[in-house]
Ligand binder design. Structure first.
Ligand code: NAD
Length: 496
């Protein structure tokens, strides 16, 4: 169990290393605005030590040479420990991030599930490592193999702290890579627990290294380190763009999971109660701090008045509070910066003509904590920033459409392309609209359910590459061809 009053440093080369500097940063409980604890602020020296440990473990350690089944056994052990510490880990997420406890429990279950899933894929790698490729030239034979890329650097956000770590750590380790993880400085706690879990599972030293710190100091040092072969980033578009240009210097292999502004198209034949439930889940779970949140609702004109009325009624009933309180569905936003950003976005949107149907205020009885009422906005023009920009809070905009073609046009008119959803009783229409969406993840008659088996990632500015499933594993594998000349005859370039 992590001792919040005695954070020992960074987890490097299988041990807790004293930080290079005495500088620390505070992590805050967003429900109370109080400091939970001080965390050592990693810098380029800590990152260098972590990358060196990962490099050594990759180049000289047992990890990449082990069979997939052996690596899988470590991943399973880690999942087992996570499950045995589920409520303690979920509590850390509630403290650090503010999310309701049942949602934090889902996160930890999914985190353990991700390790179990990649344990299976690691085992399967043993049988799929090499395959023969047919060549048109009979004198040649060719084999294609998969190999771990090397040292992977992972940089993650604060909205699902442990789960976002798992989406990168589990496939990287399954593939045989070693890793340096830089968690978000806003939610550093469960990453420390992850280090304890790796330690308890007996992971060989240097395989997983974890350095907390800011993006500017620790994050940038990781991106720029020349011994990092692969960079996996999840976060905002501006940071992703910076990372892409830094990684360009030495042509690092990168994958980017970035922001979203996902549409949810609801046709008039939909059941209103189901539509309201999925709209609310799609934008209010995790306080709307979800990359795939369906924050742009498009409703067919004839359904709009009744749907809006029911949505407003239900949004007003949502219980708001500290994540451990019984029945709470909406916790505080993650910190004051995020809270102020969301309030400012609402204010700017209203100045541009949007109107509040409900919410937009600090809820009564919550003087402390970064609480915001579930917010529904109407009369939002196509170029209102509430419609075009990611807000990352419990804020949803509703617009109408008159026909399928218009719905698709409005849904796709965005620089984002992470996710999209459609609802109708007419499944053929749903399938048609799903195909027309320019987005990497599409939900029919629901919004948000995510499965580790299926690929996750965006079109357009929402990112590059895919996580989860076999695609997540491929992020950490190189493809090699070995082509052999099998003839005793000369090749014939100059000897005839
Ligand atoms: P952010 O970009 O501010 O920070 C993400 C991470 O990058 C943090 O660890 C931060 O310390 C680090 N960082 C910041 N500047 C850096 C730099 N110059 N060099 C290296 N690292 C740096 O994002 P955030 O506010 O933590 O997260 C919210 C964003 O993440 C939203 O846009 C959301 O949509 C996105 N997100 C996307 C997905 C997805 O799967 N596509 C999932 C979750 C969150």
């Amino acid at each position: 169990m992590i001792n919040l009053h005695d954070i020992k440093g960074h987890y490097i080369d299988g041990q807790w290393r004293k930080p290079a500097s005495t500088k620390t940063f505070s992590t805050i409980n967003p429900a109370t605005e109080e400091v939970i604890t001080e965390i050592p602020a990693g810098n380029s020296l800590d990152i260098d030590a972590a990358v060196c440990a990962a490099r050594h473990a990759f180049d000289h350690g047992p990890w990449p040479k082990m069979s997939g089944a052996e690596r899988g056994a470590y991943l399973r052990k880690m999942a087992e420990i996570m499950n045995s510490r589920l409520d303690e880990l979920a509590t850390l997420e509630v403290l650090d991030n503010g999310k309701p406890f049942p949602e934090a429990q889902w996160d930890i279950e999914d985190t353990a599930g991700t390790f179990e899933f990649y344990a299976v894929l690691a085992e399967q790698l043993d049988n799929n490592k090499e395959r023969d490729i047919a060549l048109p030239e009979p004198r040649f034979s060719c084999k294609v193999s998969k190999e771990p890329i090397g040292v992977a650097g992972a940089i993650i956000p604060w909205n699902f702290p442990m789960l976002m770590a798992a989406w990168k750590v589990a496939p990287a380790l399954a593939a045989g890579c070693t890793m340096v993880l830089k968690p978000s400085e806003i939610t550093p706690l469960t990453a420390l627990a992850l280090a304890e879990i790796a330690d308890e599972a007996g992971l060989p030293k240097g395989v997983l290294n974890i350095v907390n710190g800011s993006g500017k100091d620790a994050g940038q040092a990781l991106v720029e380190h020349s011994d990092v072969d692969k960079l996996a980033f999840t976060g905002s578009i501006p940071t992703g763009s910076k990372i892409m240009s830094m990684a360009a210097r030495d042509i690092k292999n990168i994958s980017l999971e970035l922001g979203g502004k996902s549409p949810f198209v609801i046709f008039a034949d939909s059941d209103i109660e189901k539509a309201v439930e999925w709209i609310m889940f799609g934008i209010f779970w995790n306080q709307g701090q979800v990359c795939s949140a369906t924050s742009r609702i498009l409703v067919e004109e004839s359904l709009y008045p009744a749907l809006l009325e029911r949505l407003v009624e239900e949004a007003k009933k949502i219980t708001i509070g500290e994540g451990h309180q019984e029945g709470v569905l909406l916790g505080p936003l993650v910190n004051n910066d995020q809270y102020q950003k969301v309030l400012l976005a609402i204010k700017k949107g209203i100045e541009q003509g949007a109107k509040i149907a409900t919410g937009g205020q600090r809820p009564e009885g919550h003087d402390k904590g970064y609480y915001l009422e579930p917010t529904v906005l109407i009369d939002v023009s196509e170029n209102n920033t509430l419609w075009t920009e990611e807000i990352f809070g419990p804020v949803v905009c509703i617009k109408t459409f008159s026909n399928e073609e218009e719905a698709i046009r409005l849904a796709n008119d965005s620089r984002f392309g992470l996710a999209a959803a459609v609802m109708s009783k007419d499944i053929e229409r749903c399938e048609r609209v799903a195909k027309a969406f320019r987005a990497g993840i599409v939900w029919i008659n629901c919004s948000q359910p995510t499965f580790v088996e299926a690929p996750w990632g965006g079109y357009k500015q929402s990112g590059i590459g895919r996580e989860l499933g076999e695609w997540g594993l491929n992020n950490y594998l190189e493809t090699k061809q070995i082509t052999r000349f099998n003839s005793d005859e000369p090749w014939g370039w100059y000897i005839k």
